[in-house]
Every structure is written in structure tokens, then in C-alpha cells.
Write a protein that binds this ligand. Structure first.
Ligand SMILES: Cc1cc2nc3c(=O)[nH]c(=O)nc-3n(C[C@H](O)[C@H](O)[C@H](O)COP(=O)(O)O)c2cc1C
Length: 351
């Protein structure tokens, strides 16, 4: 860990997006070579049958997933699998390729172990990513695919974007996520309303029985959030992923004026939103927690409050490649200490 911290401090001297691209190059082109894979697996992979759990019918060897946004283009699957993730969520993918917002658009808040990003769904688009994914899917880990609408797509055509995306990837994912919560596509969050969400899941259910999730923002009012999530569940959603980044800039000392904040600064807000969701919907649906999770206690707290799975993004940047191993190892200790023999028993135990 100390070694990674030193390396990280060095990397943090450079532009955040350039370092992301460097990491992507390593994970896409080197970490997939058998000899390097062996080394990485030995160092970072951890397995314990206590952590095995079926969620929505899918088997997960451990509950720690990579959140959307890190592997937007499905280029790093094999490299990421060597780092011990229990599942990977790819995307956000849009129908057409797009370059995203102007740079710089990715910033670190080092003291707060947080990130602010205004990426704007930069991705290679459905056709190219689909071709790439065909070579890897089915994969050794569950694969989620996260969909968004193109910047140029009018609000009234958004449903059609999500429909086409789902059609394109019907045979290439284990679960799908409708992302209506990125703050970096103008008016996307306005689609978090009952009418659109109802149409979205009614449409999606005509195509597939696979798990379908809604990913929500931490910034909507509790009433709206509960109404929208209820509508999603009633019209076919298998679950809710909470939360995306926040637009509440008071959580960091020196915010930029664009983009959403993730990481430790988001933890409390995301956790509060998650708890409200769980109090209302735990018995009815499947919940995936994301937002400021960087260690086993963070993960365990959300699991006890109803998360069947958790995801990390910013924690991965700050804690490094051993984050999954560290969380999973410590999770087994926490589960045993509380008398659980499998993670399933802990899910929602505090509700
Ligand atoms: C640089 C960056 C890009 C992201 N891109 C996406 C995205 O494309 N789609 C999405 O649903 N979430 C995206 N997110 C949000 C994360 O998936 C996650 O919900 C959020 O960062 C909170 O988790 P964290 O605190 O562990 O980072 C992005 C986050 C970051 C930091």
C-alpha cells in the first residue's frame, strides 16, 4: 500500500485524464498478457466462498464491482479482471460516438480523496464497442452495460436512444443500467421523472428478462427520488444503483465550477440517499451502492443497510489496485466477527 501511495503521489503530479489514459493503456495492452496476468492475479486476487452470492440470478464471486465511467469503451476487461473485481460495469455507452466536453474536464481534490469530472460521456459509440465486446463476452466476470443518451439527442428522442442501445447489446451483457443521472449531459437528470422512467422500463421489458437497473443522482429531492424509483420498480426495473456524482460543491474546499464530485466527499450524501432507498424498497428490489466507498467498513455499512453489491471508482484511484483484495479480505473478517457465514446473511441485516 505504501508503495502505491508513493507511486500515486508521483502520478498525481500529472494531468488526471492523461494518467487515466496511461492506466487504460497498461490495462488494455499489457495486463492482458498471460505472464503479467499471473503476477497481477497472485498479488491482487482474493477469493473466499463467504463472499459468493447470487444476485438477480447472476453468480458473483465477491460483491465489489467497478463503477461505470472507468472502462467506458470495454477496452480493459481482462486487465481489470486480474485486479480482483467481482464484476465490471462498462460505459456509459451512447448510440453514436462522441468526444465529450472540452478538456480539462477531470480534476482531483487530493486532500478530500475526491474527484470532480465533467467528462460528458466521451465514448466510442455503440457500434465500435459492440464489435469489441463480441470478442470478450461471455466473460469470466458478470458484465453490466451502462447506457446514456447522446448530447445531440433531443429530450423527446431520448427513449429511442435507450431502446436502440438495449437492442444492440441484448446478447452482450449480464445486466443493463439506464443512466439518467450524469450531471454532464445537459438536462439528462430531467429524465428522472415518473413518466419517462415508466416508459423506459416498459419498453425495456419488451426486449429482455435480464436484470435492468436505474442509476440515480444523489441530488434529487427525497420525494421525487422515491416516486421515480417506485415507478421504475413497478414497470420492470430489477433494482436501483445509488448514486452517481453530486453537484453539491460544498463538499469540497476548492471546487471547480463544472462537473460532479465523487469519492470520500460524496460518501455521506450517497450513504444517506442509499439508506432512504433501502428503508423504502429493500424488500421489493435489488440495491447496488456506489459513492465514496473506499474501504471494507464503507462497503460493509452499505451491505448491512441493504446493498447486495457495491461499486468503486474514485476509491480505486486513491487506494490503488489492491482495493478489491483489501476490501474483500477485511469483509470476510467483519462478517465472521458478526457471526455471519455468508455475505447473503448480512445484506440488509441492519434494516
Ligand atoms: C471520471 C469519472 C467518470 C464517470 N463516468 C461515469 C459514466 O460514464 N457513467 C456513470 O453512470 N457514472 C459515471 N461516473 C460515476 C461513477 O460511476 C460513480 O457513480 C461515482 O463516481 C460515485 O462513486 P465513487 O465515489 O466510488 O467514485 C464517473 C465517475 C468518474 C469519477
Amino acid at each position: 500500500m505504501l508503495k502505491y501511495q508513493r507511486f500515486r503521489d508521483f502520478l498525481f503530479k500529472f494531468d488526471a485524464e492523461n494518467i487515466h489514459n496511461l492506466a487504460e493503456n497498461f490495462l488494455a495492452h499489457f495486463a492482458n498478457k498471460p505472464i503479467i496476468q499471473d503476477v497481477l492475479l497472485k498479488k491482487f486476487y482474493y477469493q473466499d466462498s463467504m463472499l459468493y452470492c447470487r444476485v438477480c440470478g447472476i453468480p458473483f464471486n465477491n460483491p465489489i464491482g467497478l463503477a461505470a465511467g472507468f472502462d467506458k469503451n470495454a477496452t480493459m476487461l481482462e486487465g481489470l479482471a486480474t485486479l480482483g473485481f467481482g464484476f465490471l460495469e462498462l460505459g456509459t455507452i451512447t448510440k453514436l460516438p462522441q468526444s465529450g466536453n472540452p478538456k480539462p474536464r477531470l480534476f482531483r481534490h487530493i486532500e478530500e480523496k475526491s474527484i470532480q469530472n465533467a467528462m460528458g460521456f466521451n465514448n466510442d459509440g455503440a457500434d465500435a464497442i459492440k464489435e469489441r465486446l463480441k470478442n470478450s463476452y461471455p466473460f469470466c466476470l458478470p458484465i453490466g452495460i451502462n447506457f446514456g443518451k447522446n448530447k445531440q439527442t433531443k429530450q423527446e428522442d431520448a427513449l429511442s436512444d435507450y431502446e436502440k442501445l438495449l437492442q444492440e447489446f441484448l446478447t452482450l451483457g449480464d445486466y443493463y443500467v439506464f443512466n439518467l443521472s450524469s450531471p454532464n449531459t445537459l438536462n439528462l437528470r430531467n429524465l428522472q421523472n415518473e413518466s419517462f422512467v415508466g416508459e423506459l422500463f416498459n419498453m425495456a421489458r419488451t426486449y429482455t428478462d435480464k436484470p435492468l437497473f436505474l442509476k440515480i443522482a444523489p441530488d434529487i429531492s427525497t420525494d421525487s427520488m422515491l416516486q421515480v424509483c417506485k415507478k421504475a420498480i413497478d414497470t420492470g426495473a430489477s433494482g436501483i444503483i445509488a448514486t452517481n456524482t453530486t453537484l453539491d460543491y460544498s463538499v469540497v474546499k476548492n471546487p471547480k465550477d463544472i462537473g460532479g464530485i465523487s469519492g470520500v466527499a460524496l460518501r455521506q450524501k450517497s450513504s444517506e440517499v442509499f439508506k432512504i432507498l433501502a428503508q423504502n424498497f429493500f424488500k421489493e428490489t435489488t440495491l447496488i451502492a456506489v459513492g465514496g466507498i473506499s474501504n471494507a467498513m464503507d462497503a460493509y455499512e452499505r451491505i448491512l443497510h441493504g446493498a447486495s453489491l457495491v461499486q468503486v471508482y474514485t476509491g480505486f484511484i486513491f487506494e490503488g489496485p489492491s482495493i478489491c483484495k483489501n476490501i474483500n479480505q477485511e469483509l470476510t473478517t467483519l462478517l465472521k466477527a458478526d457471526g455471519f457465514s455468508n455475505i447473503k446473511e448480512a445484506i440488509g441485516a441492519n434494516l
